[in-house]
Design a protein around this ligand. Sequence first.
Ligand SMILES: Nc1nc2c(ncn2[C@@H]2O[C@H](COP(=O)(O)OP(=O)(O)OP(=O)(O)O)[C@@H](O)[C@H]2O)c(=O)[nH]1
Ligand SMILES: [Mg+2]
Length: 200
Amino acid sequence: MGSTGSEPGAVHLAPTVERSVKVLVVGAYGVGKTTLIGAVSEIPVLSTEETVTTASVGVDPRRGEKSTTTVAMDFGRVTVGGSTALYLFGTPGQKRFWDLWVGLADGAVGALVVVDTRRLEDGFEVLDQLEEHTHLPVAVVVNEFPGAPRHELEAVRTALDLPPGTPVVSGDLRGRRQAVEALKALVAHAVRRAGGSVAA
Ligand SMILES: Nc1nc2c(ncn2[C@@H]2O[C@H](COP(=O)(O)OP(=O)(O)OP(=O)(O)O)[C@@H](O)[C@H]2O)c(=O)[nH]1
Ligand SMILES: [Mg+2]
């Protein structure tokens, strides 16, 4: 367990907050889920990072690029629009932990799917897994890693065979602004899908 990132001065929930919603942040191994939550969270992030071990030899395409991985979940909070607190639950990306997603998704209004254009096919598998086990509304955010191929967002939508109306955005998820925009796109989509019954 460890804690990373926080937005100084905003640890306490603002008095303007009228509603709280749970959001899942999901994606394949190493796409930047923990990074995103650390970038936006107003509270110290609860994380479950462990050193990448030999268990990942042969299954980790990014071995050597990063030294830790999420083994259970990340947890953070960000307030959007002054009145809505998003409680962020980040999933582990390694496939051997994908069974945990169903429990983490329980009660969430939607899932933000982080993808890396260097491994877009992994995003396809993630979307399949979500659809099969959760039926949550999704939005996709392309994490703009340096050197990763830049695709038009419409091309990403087509490649991932996303249902019409699914938001697709992109950004460097180490930055707070773009990560918050992605979360807002998801919540707005979830509200539309629920016919306005999830206020945001
Ligand atoms: N250059 C760049 N690096 C990034 C960006 N986002 C994440 N990273 C780096 O990419 C690596 C993966 O980030 P994580 O946040 O651990 O990814 P994750 O999806 O939580 O990984 P797992 O929990 O292991 O599935 C880290 O070394 C980050 O520093 C980005 O937008 N740009
Ligand atoms: Mg992680």
